[in-house]
Design a protein around this ligand. Structure first.
Ligand SMILES: Cc1cc2nc3c(=O)[nH]c(=O)nc-3n(C[C@H](O)[C@H](O)[C@H](O)COP(=O)(O)O)c2cc1C
Length: 173
């Protein structure tokens, strides 16, 4: 099986981490993977904030129901849409999704565990205040990353036949 397919299929959300710090070299690799995601007009409408400071994590933990994950991760990466670079909101958000998935796959290949946190967007104003973000930055996600301390659940997926059609919608593939 091609390695990339193997990584896509074996990646799972990891929500428990050891205390070990993530190497700076690995952080750069994760960010490079994000940077090389496709984007409409190649506009790269993203900003990434790397957070290792426990004080900041504690503040961010107050912005989500997933406070335990946020508190216990050795590394967080906040992902923002830079509305000043935006040209089409739908396409720009799609590009950010691609960048996030690249980061999750890079983590997996580096032997790191990661989870995409979206619930924290309910308090994005508070998050942006903590992170000193200008109004032009719109929070898209926070990734929690660290050396895995669990193997991750294996959530099921719907069957292909429930989502794929042949030629016309509703026709069996
Ligand atoms: C947009 C988005 C938001 C998510 N938000 C959260 C979250 O707030 N908390 C959490 O624990 N997992 C979150 N997840 C992870 C999903 O729960 C997880 O990807 C899904 O259950 C499938 O599991 P898997 O990633 O292990 O395949 C989010 C994933 C996506 C794509």
């Amino acid at each position: 099986m091609p390695e990339v397919i193997d990584t896509i299929l074996s990646r799972r959300s990891i929500r428990k981490y050891t205390d070990e710090a993530v190497d700076d070299e690995d952080i750069i690799t994760i960010l490079e993977a994000a940077k090389w995601a496709p984007s409409g007009l190649n506009n790269q409408p993203w900003k990434f904030i790397v957070i290792k400071d426990k004080g900041t994590m504690k503040e961010l933990a107050g912005c989500t129901h997933y406070s335990e994950i946020v508190m216990n991760a050795p590394l967080l990466i906040a992902v923002h849409l830079d509305t000043e670079t935006m040209y089409n909101k739908t396409k720009d958000i799609q590009a950010i999704g691609a960048a996030i998935q690249n980061m999750l796959l890079a983590c997996c290949d580096l032997g790191l565990g990661a989870v995409w946190l979206g619930e924290i967007l309910n308090q994005s104003d508070k998050v942006n205040l903590i992170l000193n973000c200008p109004d032009s930055l719109e929070l898209m996600a926070v990734l929690a990353i660290g050396k895995p301390d669990e193997s991750g659940k294996s959530p099921s997926r719907k069957e292909l036949e429930d989502m794929v059609f042949s030629e016309k919608y509703g026709e069996k593939f």
